[in-house]
Design a protein around this ligand. Structure first.
Ligand code: DQA
Length: 145
């Protein structure tokens, strides 16, 4: 069964309550639930992982090398702008991925405009809110099904 891993970085567990004017009112559970429905429809196995800790995300990516993961959708959140370690983990496992951001990181503070991931990603979606994850799912499913 084609397998997709969805990774969400720090503070995304607070979606729905976190700066709703920027990130909206949907919770992460809402977003994952809609991806699970899509995964059922497409016969895709979905793993989801959220952590506020950089090393846990690095370790989850390493695990993906051995758990059958074919494709990754990742919102690295604040680690987008800081984490060479997570970038290196993705390069290490060499699993293709799409980078997703709820907000348009290019329309915000200057420090958010740089991503350590975009030049490795198959694609980048930013600024479309939770639908961005669904669009990433559809693109990923085209590649792995
Ligand atoms: C984010 C954008 C990041 O700059 C920020 O640190 C986040 C969320 C987004 O989804 O819009 O935590 O990745």
């Amino acid at each position: 069964m084609p397998t997709l891993l969805v990774i969400n970085g720090p503070n995304l567990n607070m979606l729905g309550r976190r700066e709703p004017e920027i990130y909206g009112r949907q919770t992460l559970a809402d977003i994952i639930e809609s991806l699970e429905t899509m995964a059922d429809d497409h016969n895709i196995r979905l793993f989801d992982f959220q952590s506020n800790a950089e090393h846990e995300i690095v370790e989850r990516i390493h695990q993906a090398m051995d758990d059958g993961t074919d494709y990754i959708i990742i919102n690295p959140a604040a680690f987008t702008h800081t984490s060479v370690a997570i970038r290196d983990a993705l390069a290490t496992v060499s699993i293709p991925f799409i980078e997703v951001h709820l907000s348009n990181i290019h329309k915000r503070e200057e420090f958010r405009a740089h991503s350590y991931f975009s030049d490795l990603a198959d694609g980048v979606i930013a600024g479309l809110g939770p639908i961005g994850y669904e669009l990433a799912f559809l693109a990923a499913s085209e590649k792995i099904c």
